[in-house]
Design a binder for this molecule. Structure first.
Ligand SMILES: Cc1cc2nc3c(=O)[nH]c(=O)nc-3n(C[C@H](O)[C@H](O)[C@H](O)COP(=O)(O)O)c2cc1C
Length: 244
């Protein structure tokens, strides 16, 4: 039997879109990280918009961004799994949160597990997880995890620690449901080289005003070869047979 101590640490990249200091979103994402670290070894790269937000605006091309942001984007692209959180601004993620992910290479997050989190002032915007965050990461063909975590202002103390037991339970449930998927982590350790090339290419060429061809889907444990999977679906047809 292997204990959790023998597991290779998961390379977790956390993103908090909270622009304030202190930030409830940051505190929420940190709590999720703490809970996850109780259960399995993790290495964490935590990207805080309270630190980098002001560096993000104004750029259209990735090469126009400061090196620090380019490195953060590359970290997201190379992660085994992501934990992403945003405050609700005007019923959605913040503009800067979306701007950051507009710079992510389009095929870099295929099959990557993503735990969704958000904090808002109102219970009534809890579905931001389902209606805004989940579609964004579905676009990337990421594996959005089944349980997301939504917190409101009332869940926090004035010092921005979490005092709601219900929220703690929700974090525990989200992490417990995430663990088997994270530890299976598709293509863990297999993506690094491919991703590095993609990140470097993206740093030179990617602009948020450009759509790239959905050419090459990355190998993953789930879909090691798309050609092989497609040939099973169309086994009886000769390749590239089109009726004129
Ligand atoms: C510009 C702005 C717009 C907001 N819009 C909403 C909203 O539409 N719905 C909501 O529930 N809360 C809204 N809020 C409240 C924040 O989402 C909430 O206080 C959040 O927890 C702040 O996170 P932070 O501490 O990480 O900055 C808004 C706050 C700001 C500053």
């Amino acid at each position: 039997m292997s204990s959790s101590h023998q597991l290779k640490p998961l390379n977790i990249v956390a993103v908090s879109g909270g622009l304030n200091t202190p930030s409830k979103t940051e505190a929420l994402v940190q709590e999720i990280l703490n809970e996850l670290s109780e259960a399995t070894p993790i290495n964490v790269h935590f990207i805080k918009f309270s630190e980098i937000g002001h560096l993000l605006g104004g750029a259209i091309y990735r090469h126009q961004l400061p090196q620090r942001i380019q490195d953060d984007l590359a970290a997201v692209e190379a992660a085994d799994a992501l934990i992403v959180g945003t405050p609700v601004y005007r019923a959605s993620f913040t503009g800067l949160f979306k701007h950051f992910f507009d710079f992510i290479e389009q095929t870099a997050l295929v099959d990557v597990p993503v735990l969704l989190a958000a904090s808002g002032g109102s219970d009534r915007h809890a579905l931001v997880l389902e209606h805004q965050l989940r579609p964004l990461f579905s676009f990337f063909q990421a594996q959005t995890l089944p349980i997301g975590v939504y917190a409101t202002d009332r869940d926090f103390t004035p010092e921005y620690t979490i005092h709601s037991e219900l929220l703690r339970d929700r974090i525990t449930l989200a992490v417990a449901r995430a663990l088997p998927i994270l530890e299976w982590a598709p293509a863990k350790g297999q993506r690094a080289d491919v991703i590095k090339e993609k990140s470097q290419h993206a740093n030179q060429t990617l602009g948020i005003n450009r759509q790239i061809e959905q050419a090459e889907v990355l190998p993953s444990a789930a879909v090691p070869s798309l050609d092989a999977a497609e040939s099973r679906l169309h086994a009886k047809k000769p390749p590239h047979s089109h009726v004129a």
